[in-house]
Structure formats: structure tokens, C-alpha cells
Design a protein around this ligand. Structure first.
Ligand code: ADP
Ligand code: MG
Length: 393
């Protein structure tokens, strides 16, 4: 179901409450180390400002359950001012009479950032009275927090019961990119799925199997599939409980005519440590006490050839233990192949996105999702409560 966006409503002269995901990483001094999430919602905030709304921005930061000086929004307010190039109002709370009177002073085009939403436990509990108190600040609710849309909290779903509720531009872009790939892909359509475990990606694998033409599997999860096919995987990460599930997925793929491709070779290491001895071996020759830590060069080439033929590529999960430089080559090669394929490319998942960013290839992808857990739940085919709560178009 498509949802209304800020383009479907008139916000002139209105007070607009915008849920963003400004849950950015900070160092020990509170300095923001990556402001991608703040930048990602600037188009929505700027559009509302240009259209004559008074814009009240709200977010959570970290996981406090009461006011906590370590999680105040002040550093985010500073960065937002810098990025917007204008002063913003920054009340010391997210609800209450003081906030309300500051809101009452706002003029069209003004921007305010509320204090951390999680200073109230009622936020996570999706308390209706709390949601009503937030909603009372504004005339319209905009949700631009794709990264929080898989959570049903007061600010992500609760407020939508009390106000006209529409999606922001980032939310709209995320839904269009991820939804477009899943529902209306230009074919051939490939998914590259990696990461540590089958168990955390089972629902994604099942949902994608029914949609893709080609499923390339890498990362630790490939080990369970390889073992299911009878290969010895030595001391590699393995989920013995999921061997039957892996066999079922392979059978299901065969029945559907979906091609699942598994690694031909692997980089194995004596220990999962950056300074451990390591080498590439064929999948049939994994040494007993060694662990698979990356796809090998033959597999890199195989996956690159397959990806070069695709028109749509969805990628979730690194091909190896990419946090350790010697084991990042497989992930690098796949990222490069996706970039070079010219396919519509969508990357989702916290570690996958970190990997393409570290590799400097993020701008070569059609879409890099800002939602880690939310993107995964979307790829599982689940309805995100923060999306469901918005008004239908
Ligand atoms: P995402 O966050 O993109 O969804 P995951 O969280 O599923 O990805 O997987 C990322 C993790 O998988 C990384 O920490 C990486 O080290 C790990 N990983 C990838 N390949 C292997 C492997 N062969 N053995 C152990 N861990 C692996
Ligand atoms: Mg992860």
C-alpha cells in the first residue's frame, strides 16, 4: 500500500512534527563520528521549511530510559544548525508546557529539535497519553525515520493516531528503493546474501527466494549450506541445527528454478585473527582446524561474472570477516562488481552499509539504506509498524 508523503499535503503555516533517526554514533567526548543520518533527513526538513511550515524535529539517541547527560541531543542540535546553516530552537525536553510555549512562538520556516525522546520510558512503551502529548505540539506528523520504522514507539506509530500522518522524503526513498527491488525488479534480479549466520537471515532468504532469479551466498552462512551439501568446513562457523533448513532452501530453489550459487573456494585462516596464517583453498579442501573467513578468488570472479549480467542487485551481508583487512577482499570484490554491473543496486544491513562506505563505493550504489534492522525486516517481507501507521495515499 502506498503512503501519503509530504508532497500530498499542504504544510504552509502549519506546525509539522517530524520523526527522524538522528541516532548517530558519537565518541567518548560526545563528538559525532558519522553524521550520515542527520544529512539524510535534511531534504525533508528543508522542503518543509521552504513550504512555510514550522518544523519540530524529534529523535531518539542511544537507549537511555530516563534523562541522562550522556544522551542529550545538544551535539546533534549543533550539527543540525551547521548543516542547515541557520539557528534552531532547542528546548530542554520533548513534551510539556515549556516546550509547548516555545512551539507557540515558532514562525513559518523556524526549526526546533526536541530533547531525546527516550528520556521518557513511555516512548518505547508506545504509551497513548505520551503519544497524544507529542502530537499536541503540531498539526501534521511526518515520519522520516526509516531506521526506526520497525519499532512501534510513541513517536514512530503512536502519534499517527492523532494527526494527519505522512512519510518524509527519506522514508519515501527507502520504501521506493527497497520496495521497488522486491516488487518490481528489472530482471535478471540477483540477491547477494552474506553475514555471519543463516539463523538471522532465514526469513530474508525465504522471502527473496520467491523473488530473485539468482541468489549468491557468501559469508559465514555459506558454511552451513556447504556442509549441507556434504563438504567438510573444518573449524568454520557452522549452525548444525540449520542443516536441514539449508537443504530445504536448496530444494525449494531447485523447484522454483531459482539459481543458488555457493562459494567454489574460500580463504581459510588458522584462527579468526588478522595476523593468523591464511590461504585460499578449494571448498573440497578445507583443512580440519582452519576456519573459512572469506570467499576465495575463484568465487570472487564467479560472483562478479554473474553480477555483470544482472539488472537489479540487492545486497545484504558481507562475504567475509571484513572488519579484518586480510579478510575483506571478497566483500570488496563483490561491492566492486555490483558497482561495475550498472544494475540498479540496493544495499541494506548495518555491516553491509559500513562495508560499502569503508570501501568508498557507497556513491556507486543506487541506494544505500539508512535502516539496518528496519531494512532487514523489510527484506523479510514484514510490515513495518512505522510505515503501516501512515495515511494511505
Ligand atoms: P548486516 O549487518 O549487513 O546484516 P550481518 O550482521 O549479518 O550483516 O553480518 C556481518 C558479520 O558477519 C560481520 O561481523 C562479519 O565479520 C561476519 N562474517 C562474515 N563472514 C564470516 C565468516 N566466514 N565467519 C564468521 N563471521 C563472518
Ligand atoms: Mg549486522
Amino acid at each position: 500500500m502506498t503512503k501519503k508523503t509530504i508532497d500530498d499535503i499542504d504544510v504552509r503555516g502549519k506546525r509539522v512534527l517530524v520523526r527522524v533517526d538522528f541516532n548517530v554514533p558519537q565518541d567518548d567526548d560526545g563528538k559525532i563520528t558519522d553524521d550520515t543520518r542527520i544529512r539524510a533527513s535534511l531534504p525533508t526538513i528543508n522542503a518543509l521549511v521552504e513550504r512555510g511550515a514550522a518544523v519540530i524535529v524529534m529523535s531518539h539517541l542511544g537507549r537511555p530510559t530516563r534523562p541522562d547527560p550522556l544522551y542529550v541531543m545538544a551535539p546533534i542540535a549543533d550539527r543540525l544548525e551547521e548543516l542547515l546553516g541557520r539557528a534552531i530552537a532547542f528546548p530542554p525536553d520533548s513534551i510539556g508546557p515549556d516546550v509547548a510555549s516555545m512551539v507557540a512562538e515558532m514562525q513559518p520556516g523556524d526549526v526546533m529539535l526536541l530533547e531525546n525522546l527516550r528520556f521518557y520510558p513511555q516512548e518505547e512503551a508506545n504509551d497513548p497519553d505520551h503519544a497524544r502529548a507529542l502530537a499536541s505540539l503540531a498539526d501534521v506528523y511526518v515520519n522520516d525515520a526509516f531506521g526506526s520504522a520497525h519499532r512501534a514507539h510513541a513517536s514512530t506509530t503512536g502519534v499517527a493516531a492523532y494527526l494527519p500522518a505522512v512519510s518524509g522524503l527519506l522514508m519515501q526513498r527507502e520504501l521506493a528503493a527497497l520496495g521497488g527491488a522486491l516488487d518490481n525488479p528489472e530482471r535478471p534480479f540477483a540477491a547477494v546474501i552474506g553475514g555471519a549466520k543463516v539463523s538471522t537471515k532465514l526469513a530474508v532468504l525465504q522471502h527473496l527466494l520467491a523473488r530473485v532469479d539468482l541468489l549468491l551466498i557468501g559469508g559465514g552462512m555459506a558454511n552451513t549450506f556447504l556442509r549441507a551439501q556434504g563438504y567438510d568446513v573444518g573449524a568454520s562457523l557452522l549452525e548444525p541445527d540449520l542443516l536441514d533448513t539449508a537443504r530445504e532452501l536448496l530444494a525449494e530453489a531447485k523447484k522454483r528454478g531459482t539459481q543458488i550459487v555457493l562459494p567454489d573456494d574460500a580463504v581459510v585462516a588458522e584462527r579468526v585473527s588478522p595476523d593468523a596464517a591464511h590461504r585460499a583453498v578449494d571448498i573440497a579442501e578445507i583443512p580440519n582446524d582452519w576456519a573459512i573467513v572469506d570467499i576465495g578468488p575463484k568465487t570472487q570472479a564467479l560472483y562478479a561474472r554473474a553480477l555483470a549480467t544482472c539488472k537489479t542487485v540487492l545486497w545484504n551481508g558481507p562475504m567475509g570477516v571484513f572488519e579484518m583487512a586480510p579478510f575483506a577482499e571478497g566483500t570488496r570484490a563483490v561491492a566492486q562488481a555490483i558497482a561495475d554491473s550498472g544494475a540498479t543496486s540496493v544495499v541494506g544491513g548495518g555491516d553491509s552499509v559500513a562495508a560499502v562506505e569503508e570501501l568508498g563505493l557507497a556513491n556507486r550504489m543506487s541506494h544505500v539504506s539508512t535502516g539496518g534492522g528496519a531494512a532487514l525486516e523489510f527484506l523479510e517481507g514484514r510490515t513495518l509498524p512505522g510505515v503501516a501507521a501512515l495515511d494511505d495515499a
